[in-house]
Design a protein around this ligand. Structure first.
Ligand code: FAD
Length: 325
């Protein structure tokens, strides 16, 4: 490891790819590190994306490919490797040696160099953009994996419009589940909220709003045993955990809202976190100098492709300012 990059971008979902494009256009000496052989992140597993401006109804995999082709076309530098940890600088790293690429105006002596230790190689850079995204927690029941995108969804904002005038269920009892159910109740015929406890966890004001809706039905003390269907969701088998009673619930869609897990565990102790999310505002700035966060991995209100790509762009603007001292 003798090269010090201006910028290493960790992850190539929408946030990392947008950051790569902006970094290339800013002529930064940057590289994107992605653990998978394909770029696009969560998007590649999305059956259809219908809320990204200019690309209505695009298949998620195609969208991921388009983003990556755009980056490749501009000459963005990629490596396939899995980031295992980031080492914060010791005193010996606080220099501009080792062929520093710090830009004019930057103060090399002040800017720490981070080592990004990956499965195959270790890389060094003066700035990092963490864009490692998140994963949606699964129910882990039969039928879920097979019918993901075919009636099983993890994102009401993304997929709700496909279920207009249909019967759906939301599984979960926190703020996200309640918000999803309220959102879906505007367009769906009936919304069942399936919760394993006898009270919701979400904010009281939201709960009141939900419980007032005429087309929402609460199924308390209930868990999903199986998602039914043959290639397309046709119903649920649910069990009441108090009585043990099993029943069938015919419907066309199930929205799983049992939590999101940010891919941030490897950065613990490096940057400040809130419930696993890296604390950063729109600028991407974190608690550590030279480290920025973009996309689903950071604290934010709306986790979507359009907000992830704008995070990537904003983070690069912050990197440029930082490198310029
Ligand atoms: C099923 C589903 C449907 C969705 N539908 C829509 C939709 O219709 N519209 C919409 O706007 N949004 C949708 N979303 C949300 C959207 O996909 C996310 O908000 C967006 O992908 C976030 O982008 P990101 O770049 O922050 O993270 P991600 O997309 O999660 O990308 C993170 C990348 O980092 C890589 N990575 C993680 N850890 C490491 C590591 N240690 N080393 C190297 N690389 C690493 C991952 O492999 C991945 O490529 C959907 C999400 C899901 C799950």
């Amino acid at each position: 490891m003798d090269k010090i990059y201006d910028l290493l971008i960790l992850g190539s979902g929408p946030a990392g790819l947008a950051a790569g494009i902006y970094a290339e256009r800013a002529r930064l000496d940057a590289m994107v590190i992605e653990k998978e052989y394909v770029s696009g992140g969560q998007v590649v597993n999305t059956y259809e994306v219908d809320n990204y401006p200019g690309l209505p109804g695009i298949n998620g995999f195609d969208m991921g490919m388009k983003f990556r082709e755009h980056a490749d076309g501009l000459g963005v530098n990629f490596v396939t490797d899995k980031v295992e940890r980031v080492e914060a600088p010791g005193k010996e790293d606080l220099t501009g040696e080792c062929g520093s690429t710090v830009r004019s105006g930057g103060d090399a002596a002040e800017q720490p160099v981070y080592r990004v230790v990956c499965e195959n190689e270790t890389y060094a850079a003066r700035t990092l953009i963490i864009a490692t995204g998140a994963v949606h927690r699964k129910l882990g029941v039969p039928g879920e994996e097979e019918m993901a995108g075919m009636g099983v969804s993890y994102c009401a904002t993304c997929d709700g419009a496909f279920f207009r005038n249909k019967d759906v269920a939301v599984v979960g009892g926190g703020d996200v589940a309640i918000e999803d159910a309220i959102f879906l109740a505007r367009a769906c015929r009936r919304v069942y909220v399936i919760h394993r406890r006898d009270e919701l966890r979400g904010a009281k004001s939201l709960q009141e709003k939900l419980l007032r809706l005429p087309n929402v039905e609460m199924l308390w003390n209930t868990v999903v045993e199986k998602i039914e269907g043959d290639g397309q969701v046709s119903g649920l088998t649910v069990r009441n955990v108090k009585t043990g009673e099993i029943s069938a619930l015919p419907l066309q869609g199930v929205f799983v809202a049992v939590g999101i897990v940010p891919n941030s565990g490897i950065f613990e102790g490096l940057v400040e976190m809130d419930h696993g999310y890296i604390v950063a505002d729109e600028t991407g700035r974190t608690s550590a100098p030279g480290i920025f966060a973009a996309g689903d991995v950071r604290t934010k209100a709306l986790r979507q492709i359009v907000t992830a790509v704008s995070d990537g762009a904003n983070a690069v603007a912050s990197v440029e300012k930082y490198l310029a001292g």
